[in-house]
Design a protein. Structure first.
Length: 426
């Protein structure tokens, strides 16, 4: 397995959603991913507890799907009566919109960050209320909600030197593994102050996993990242509901300008930047199930070695508003050259570590091709950076293939990966 899926995968789709079913490593946990075209994704972990099938949901989806969610679940073999918990990643309606319906069908406990309580109790600012539009927050009071606090455990998971507070004791899901629910480090510029992420592993030891054990490898682990770690943001349809939503959003921007507030631009690259950077650097390899869009591969080889110019500028302490021409200045040129050399050496070292973790040369090539394939799109703010990373990856492979100081096995790996990139339609 190259981290592209679990032990077994199948799928189906409607116009509104793609349903992907897979069995996670160890064979005791089944994962159903509801990847919605519009609105937040819903993930369903299925396992046995006390001789009974049980489900844990990660997020509850958008209320616009209220008319079809139960039939989608039925077609996927999910009985709402068997839901035992619903974990909400943050207080945006495209992620909690159906929680009252699903909890009402099952009596399941809803688990959320303590910051979610304010939403339930109506403590919502004027701007947030506008974004909530027609969401009926009163229905949330019908749910049995457990609010998680950073102080509940006093523990944290350290990723790339950054503490992600543990919000609860690890949750055992049947006999097949554990869930770790982590809060997001606080940030002035944030997507939502109550964000949490969920780490899922077939192993019973804490994250992150930097070595193989008992036949498990890093890509057997999954992180459900909500909107904290995405490859693309929410999409909007051409129906009247979404047209009116975007129209109202435009009016809010205009009112802000007229009142002297200026145009509000939320650059996702600067929201929760410390947490995002730590997630990207904190895992050797991990499968990421985001709040929007398809699964992608998280790998520290990307921020360590496959650097776009903007990545390097930020690493040197400059803002994204600075001109990239700074990298060619007499002051920074030597630092750029040294960083590129460091990136190459780190690239080779990381490939060796993957082999030591039990990945075969063919699997390593597959991981690199996947990274290349996933560095695409994402909108005008990041599309250019991703295209640059593609070119950097090809350049690193060329240098590795031609570097006679490297082991022959690495040079052959680089050559075979280049052949895959050439022959595979990407």
């Amino acid at each position: 397995m190259t981290g592209n899926s679990g032990a077994g995968t199948s799928g189906s789709n409607r116009d509104s959603v793609v349903v992907v079913k897979e069995t996670l490593a160890g064979g005791k946990i089944h994962l159903t991913s509801l990847v919605f075209r519009y609105g937040g994704n819903v993930y369903i972990l299925t396992y046995q507890r006390g001789g009974r099938t049980r489900h844990t949901f990660i997020d509850a989806g958008d209320s616009r799907h209220s008319g079809e969610i139960l039939s989608i679940l039925a077609e996927s073999g999910i009985n709402p009566a068997d839901i035992e918990r619903i974990i909400i990643t943050h207080r945006h309606p495209d992620h909690f919109g159906l929680v009252y319906l699903l909890a009402g069908e099952s009596g399941a406990k809803v688990v959320a960050h303590h910051g979610f309580r304010g939403l339930v109790e109506g403590e919502v600012g004027q701007m947030e209320r506008r974004w909530l539009d027609d969401s009926d927050l009163s229905r949330l009071k019908e749910c049995d909600i457990e609010y998680l606090h950073e102080s509940d455990t006093g523990e944290a998971v350290k990723l790339a030197g950054v503490d992600f507070p543990s919000l609860a004791e690890a949750v055992d899901i049947g006999e097949g593994g554990r869930l770790d629910i982590l809060g997001c480090p606080r940030s002035e510029m944030t997507h939502s102050p109550d964000q949490l992420v969920v780490l899922c592993s077939p192993r019973d030891d804490p994250h992150p996993h930097e070595q193989s054990s008992e036949g498990f490898r890093p890509t057997d682990d999954v992180i459900f990242s909500g909107d904290l770690w995405l490859m693309r943001g929410p999409m909007f349809s051409s129906d009247m509901t979404d047209i009116m939503w975007r129209f109202r959003a435009g009016l809010r921007q205009m009112r802000s300008m007229v009142s002297g507030g200026g145009m509000v631009r939320r650059d996702p690259r600067v929201q929760d930047s410390e947490a995002k950077d730590a997630l990207k650097k904190g895992f050797c390899l991990i499968r990421v199930k985001p709040g929007h869009g398809n699964e992608f591969l998280g790998a520290r080889i990307i921020p360590r070695s496959i650097l776009a110019d903007n990545d390097m500028l930020v690493e040197f302490g400059y803002s994204l508003d600075e001109s990239l021409s700074l990298l060619k200045s007499a002051e920074l040129a030597p630092r750029v050259a040294a960083r590129r050399e460091q990136a190459y050496l780190s690239f080779a070292e990381e490939l060796v570590s993957w082999a030591e973790l039990g990945y075969t040369p063919d699997e390593i090539s597959g991981l690199l091709v996947r990274i290349y394939r996933e560095q695409v799109g994402g909108g005008p703010l990041v599309e250019k950076d991703r295209q640059e990373r593609r070119e950097r990856l090809k350049g690193l492979l060329t240098r590795l293939r031609e570097d006679e100081t490297q082991p022959e096995s690495l040079r052959q790996l680089a050559e075979s990966t280049q052949s895959l990139l050439t022959s595979t339609r990407l």
